[in-house]
Design a protein around this ligand. Sequence first.
Ligand SMILES: *Cc1c(COP(=O)(O)O)cnc(C)c1O
Length: 221
Amino acid sequence: MIAENLKQVLSELPEEVRLVAVSKFHPNEAIEEAYHAGQRIFGESKVQEMTSKYESLPKDIEWHFIGHLQTNKIKFIVPYVALIHGIDSYKLLTEVNKQAAKINKTVHCLLQLHIAREETKFGFSFEECREMLASGEWKELKNIQICGLMGMATNTDNVEQIKAEFCSLSSFFQEIKSTWFANEESFREISMGMSHDYHEAIAAGSTLIRVGSKIFGERRY
Ligand SMILES: *Cc1c(COP(=O)(O)O)cnc(C)c1O
């Protein structure tokens, strides 16, 4: 079932869009099934869960951390994480940099923007993000690389609203790209789109969709 779901989602993706298979709360066997069907990028939202999966599963898996990251747990994922999607404060960025420097690594990160109407979603506002970048301090952080932006749309059936939120993230990406990263090819990711809204996200310019339940089924909490 997992392999079929995966093939279905992959068949809908334009070439430039990559799939993060969100395997949180699903067992290793589920990941192995997707792995054997060819999937290599997996997303997790809990540090301990991701680390124990990393330790027991094939080493060519690219692990993406998509959850809310606590500073005291950064050190556990820095040695192997391929991309941290949810950087939502300058402090978190500096902490990732600090842990990465300790082991002489460069960690790839995305800045999370708050584009949804719900108050509960994490992330910078556009204004906070502009201010953070304008301060210039981040340029001193040599052990992180900002590779793009991430966002989550409001959990609603209102497709027009979802589209508008994704489009706002896309245009903000263009603004940030041209202002701060015009010459940096590595600044190129827009991580947006989940099981119920990835079609809208792709239409709005997503480069990384994060799909869980559509592939693995409903989560067992
Ligand atoms: C759980 C989660 C997803 C995947 O959600 P589905 O609805 O299962 O596709 C995507 N992004 C983030 C940040 C998540 O926490």
